[in-house]
Design a protein around this ligand. Structure first.
Ligand code: AMP
Length: 395
């Protein structure tokens, strides 16, 4: 796997696929610059070597050319974050783009217009990828968020840079973090899986049973397992068609010597609302008319003990309906336990969808070892899939 350090970019034009798909408000201002900040180390390394950067990205889901999705809107923010002025060209291929790339001098940055203004990007069109490839000398992929898509700029383009392509800092870090959990992690290894449904996590569960010593299951998924074990789950969320699967997972875990830890008690509510009445009840004895929306105090204590024993921790999915203040505490306390374990030397990776939102919302970002930047890409990695964007770089 080649990284930035395998190249000296002096007098070279680095064509960098970044993920600048940032949120904008109604005035087209960037409301969260995390993705630009994440790409900074890669960009700075190229500039410090004496090279120049041609940045390509998508923004949103435009249908053809739509000004609201123009990457022009993010120039000011990018300049603030990078501390360097950013040139812009209003297309990503063709004469104008080629001229702008040609005129670029060492130390300069050129941002191309939204790749998805051309439908060939998402189609993974080879001709379009080749047109893009004309702009730079070395291809750098630093966009983990789109590494699971076989698009022109993320995957297909790599073939036009034999021996002249590498992972950017961010993508290399993401790959390294996943490897630390899935392959080389110090034992005991723990995965905490929460979130709403078994069905969206099943492939992950099946893949990680071979890799972990402990599996904590929380969130809405809990109740399919508890019902499978014969418990009364009241009106809690449940996927009846996944009950057999839940039983099978528990059997597989036993055969593989993986300890599954389910909640033993829950904070139940008489409605799916922050203002509902609540009571703590045993997880397998929830009255009709009540639903478990967070884990209870004994479960938090149990989970804390498991987390503290483990040296490698993967966390995906909240333990309760964390969007509602009254049901966020289980997720917050789990975050505290993981932060504490991390402080004591464990490696912790948080990734995939809502867990990242929860971690940011509750301020755990700096207290865990790594927070993944890619929702779907992270989930597919945990499912054991080889991401096309990564595979193309290794060919
Ligand atoms: P996911 O995207 O699969 O990680 O699911 C995240 C969602 O699961 C969040 O929106 C939570 O509100 C929801 N969730 C977590 N626990 C529960 C629960 N006990 N009942 C219903 N929804 C839940």
């Amino acid at each position: 796997m080649k990284t930035l350090n395998d190249f000296n970019f002096e007098n070279k034009k680095a064509l960098i696929r970044v993920d600048f798909n940032v949120p904008l408000n109604d005035d087209f201002e960037v409301t969260d610059a995390t993705r630009i900040i994440s790409a900074k180390p890669t960009i700075i390394k190229v500039l410090e070597d004496g090279g120049s950067c041609i940045l390509m990205s998508h923004l949103g889901r435009p249908k053809g050319v739509q000004d609201e999705f123009s990457l022009r809107h993010i120039i000011t923010e990018a300049e603030d974050v990078l501390g360097v002025s950013v040139k812009f060209v209003e297309d990503c291929v063709g004469d104008k783009a080629e001229q702008a790339a040609k005129d670029l001098k060492p130390g300069e940055i050129l941002l191309l217009e939204n790749l998805r203004f051309h439908e060939e990007e998402k189609q993974g069109d080879k001709g379009f990828a080749e047109a893009l490839s004309k702009l730079g000398d070395i291809y750098v992929n630093d966009a983990f968020g789109t590494a699971h898509r076989a698009h022109a700029s993320t995957t297909v383009i790599a073939q036009f840079f034999p021996g002249q392509k590498c992972f950017g800092n961010l993508l290399a870090q993401e790959i390294e973090s996943i490897k630390k959990v899935m392959q080389t992690g110090e034992k005991p290894v723990l995965a905490v899986l929460g979130g709403a449904k078994v069905s969206s996590k099943i492939t992950i569960i099946e893949n990680i049973l071979d890799k972990v010593d402990h599996l904590i299951i929380g969130g809405g998924m809990t109740f399919t397992f508890i019902k499978a074990k014969g418990g009364n789950i009241g009106d809690s969320i449940c996927e009846d068609d996944k009950i057999e699967l839940a039983l099978d997972i528990m059997k597989q875990a036993e055969a593989k010597n993986v300890s599954i830890h389910l909640p033993v008690d829950v904070l139940a509510a008489n409605a799916f609302s922050n203002d509902a009445e609540t009571q703590v009840v045993d997880v397998d004895d929830i009255p009709n008319g009540w639903q478990g929306l967070d884990v209870g105090p004994r479960s938090k204590q149990n989970f804390d003990e498991v987390v503290r024993q483990c040296m490698t921790i993967l966390w995906n999915g909240p333990l309760g309906v964390f969007e509602m203040e009254n049901f966020a505490n289980g997720t917050i306390e789990l975050g505290n336990s993981i932060a504490e374990a991390t402080k004591n030397g464990a490696f912790s990776l948080v990734g995939g969808g809502d867990s990242v939102a929860a971690v940011k919302q509750f301020g755990f970002e700096d207290k865990v070892s790594y927070v993944s930047t890619g929702g779907g890409a992270m989930l597919e990695s945990l499912e054991g899939k080889t991401l096309p964007g990564i595979a193309a770089m290794l060919e």
